[in-house]
Design a protein around this ligand. Structure first.
Ligand SMILES: [Cu+2]
Length: 155
């Protein structure tokens, strides 16, 4: 396969994002605005320059007796925000692709993480630097919208 320089750089970037090690950190606080049936924890987003691309991660715990679904995530200060999953291609290369939703079974915790499901933030309007926070709007099938405040950190 031949790639243009731009395509190559894009592939290198998504590979770096998809393959970065999932550094284990102690549980982090996440600001939750909403009811407690869906609990968001351990949220963080990687630093990025304006106009580039970055990823956000968090865990979702479903304390309800019924299954829920994460339908979409929105960061208003970016061109687009998508739910992605990482996958390994036949040639061993890591790639990622959008997914429509994420099922959150009753009583379970689903962890978004590097190399797995993640939130892709595409072309943020401003630099996202360590110590900043970003507000994400999470839409679930069970409720209207959950607002979470996510710290920007490098790991
Ligand atoms: Cu992605």
């Amino acid at each position: 396969m031949k790639y243009s320089l731009n395509q190559y750089l894009f592939l290198a970037l998504i590979t770096a994002l998809a393959c970065s090690p999932d550094k284990q950190n102690s549980e982090r606080n996440t600001v939750n605005i909403g009811n407690a049936s869906i609990e968001i924890s351990d949220a963080w987003a990687r630093p990025a320059n304006a106009g580039m691309m970055t990823a956000a991660y968090f865990s979702i715990t479903n304390n309800e007796s019924y299954a829920d679904t994460l339908l979409s995530v929105r960061y208003t200060n970016a061109a687009d925000t998508q739910i992605h999953e990482s996958f390994e291609a036949e040639d061993g290369m890591m790639g990622m692709r959008p997914v429509k939703s994420v099922a959150i079974p009753s009583g379970e915790r689903v962890k978004l993480k590097p190399g797995g499901i993640h939130i892709m933030i595409i072309r943020p309007e401003m630099n996202l630097s360590e110590g900043d926070t970003i507000d994400l709007e999470l839409a679930f099938s069970s409720e209207e919208v959950r607002l979470i405040r996510v710290p920007v950190r490098s790991n």
